[in-house]
Design a protein. Sequence first.
Length: 392
Amino acid sequence: MEEKLEDKLISKKESGWATVTSEEKENIFKLSEEYMNFLNKAKTEREFIKMARNLADQNGFKDIIEYNTLKPGDKIYFINREKSMYLGIIGEESIENGMHIIGSHVDSPRLDLKPNPLYEDTGLAYFKTHYYGGIKKYQWTTIPLSIHGVIVKTNGEKIEINIGEEKTDPIFTITDLLPHLAQEQMEKKLKNGIDGEDLNLLIGSIPYKDTKYQEKVKLNILNLLNQKYGITEQDLTSAELELVPAFEARSLGFDESLVAAYGQDDKVCAYTSLAAMLNIQNVKNTSICILSDKEEIGSMGNTGMESHSFDFFISEILNKLGINRPNLLDKVFCFSKMLSSDVDAGFDPIYARSLRQEKCRIYRIWNKPKQIHRSKGKIRSIRRKCGICSMG
């Protein structure tokens, strides 16, 4: 039978589930389970990089600093301040012919503690916060939150903090008004319903006994922190502490076809990029995987892609291959190809007025076999260099 013209020319948009075999479906669910387990342990950029380093070490990668020279097949990585990471496999072809690069980011929208965050008001203790990246502020109230990050004490000791993820841990929350007290609030536009300055984390209410100090609840909180971590209020000034939802990643739906989890922007791309990098074989062109930080706020800072740390990593590769010379770095970038991997919006018929179905690259939200992620040009500084293209 002659093929119909529309079948020949028109792109078909159908659910990925309709085309997979039973074996492929089993592999999809297996990968999704591994992904969800990873998400539960890597909610922040520091935790993601720590997990990524462990996996890289288990799969034969080594810190580039450990190498004096490099040859085809060598597996290397460089970690920038525990918040971003670059992995590479030296290919058979000359690196002067260009690299194949995939880039994702490992930071996600969240709340950060401000410097000097602890205060007491009317018998309740709070941490002051500010939001990082694009958030809907009203979504962050009255949900369980956990505290992740590091505290560096005045003596240089670094303490890793993770409170609220274990069943025996306390959780924290940002309060909101009861519905019958919120008439004025509900008259506001949705974006103004919760002010950023009101995103304060409730952390305690029991006062410290036997003291004339006025802020007794604050003192009690500091006493508890000092007993457990040996810190003082001054140590909080330079701490990097982040608030994230204290939810576990879960399958969603009776058919478990969806993944519901915090931080999938952009950890779904970062995890799959990392998994591909760890399993790639017979590398022709030198392959690079970028796991970047600070994308949510413009890729700024010394761990974002606006820094020169990625240039340093590639320069070190050229040095240890023994071929570096003036302008070679620019030449390598010019002949390289890059996939900038970030999440896209899935079409949700409930919000069809805000989405154009023909523009959406995913037709089922978080559809496991059809998670297609298009370039959004977020890793700008690399793509600027000599016009590196983005492959969709």
